[in-house]
Design a protein around this ligand. Sequence first.
Ligand code: GLV
Ligand code: MN
Ligand code: MN
Length: 438
Amino acid sequence: MNEHQRLADVSPDRIFAAARRVVARCDELARATATPGAGIERVYLSPEHARVNRLVAEWMREIGMATHQDAAGNQVGRILPFYGDPEAPALLLGSHLDTVPNAGRFDGIAGVLMALEVVRLLRAPAGSGRPARVPLPFALEVIAFSDEEGTRFGKALLGSAASAGGWHDEWWGLTDESGVTLREAFLDFGLDPGRIGEAAYRPDQLVGYLEAHIEQGPELDARGESLAVVSSIASARRFQITIEGEARHAGGTPYETRRDALLGASEAALAVERICRAEHHIIGTVGQLETFPGAVNVVPGEARLSLDLRGEFDDSRDKVWDAIARDLDAIMGRRGLRWRAREIHSAPAVFCAPLLQDVVRAGIMATLPAGVDAPATLFSRAGHDGMSIADITDVGMLFMRNPGGISHHPDEFVSVNDVAAGIWAFAEAVLHLAGEHH
Ligand code: GLV
Ligand code: MN
Ligand code: MN
């Protein structure tokens, strides 16, 4: 069978209609926020999370998918292959629906909605009394992961870790900023912590995982190109660092005797920048800083800061952490402060499977005029659910141009044209993979 021709039959109008629907639905999901009128905030196990799962489940059923919300709150839809049995392994397509605080509309969300459009383009219409099916040698599942960002509990990739069977029992005790534990949040959401294992896929249930995502960086925009193949996803570690000094009177305490934790934290943040900037492909960010007691007339006795550290390779990332730790020893020693770090997230770099890179590349090539060079291949500096899913199956990713590289901000944008190109390439990639299965 010639897979290629089949999608060539799909009119550009249909693909543009699909892209417009994706963008309109991104707008609709943006209304499910804890902070109406401000940027979007939709965190794990919140009422907004339940609301978007319900909407996405409806959209899944509308295109003939059987749906369920899994034991970790991920929303899943499944459509069977023509000749496959109900247990046929699935190609998993997806991304996440949760957000950072003050988020944009597209990070994660566009990828979930594009996956639904791929199913819509590929499926054969339901016959009388027969469910819709896809003319592929594998089932398709679309998964909307529930927690990629880690906004609520600090630990990222909770939803996809559950899907990959990588849940750790010590996570149940993680707390959000109101002191609600992850276990309590599960119960409040109507999920049973005792059933978390049921969210896990077995490797033999999956053919692979493909995700479309905005780039979250400026490279495609600078190159004037719409789409890229992703080669790997950056490795990440996150720490909560606590610096202890002495809280003292702001008027009466001479500089010589102060042990000001905020000044130690400030030097620490600058050291992170200096050390990371000197390294190729290592990025360190201090995104949170709190002081205690936090009064205008008290020298800060304690400071807490976060560190997000990423790199293309685990070993260079770890060497940079060692260098930062040595600098912190020196800074705090000089200032009479004590410091400690708690690691709250760690994920190794993940390499996209060569076959899935090839099918994504072939998918993108199908959208380009003849004679155009191969598309860009980029490594992802942002984290993605594929980092967990790579534990159980092959992972491939497609990036879309993100003008200005602005992400994790309400100005985040992707054009309808690029979403259309992305849907087209994504569907072609699925068909190429199907071709490999014959
Ligand atoms: C998620 O977007 C991350 O890269 O932190
Ligand atoms: Mn994000
Ligand atoms: Mn994302």
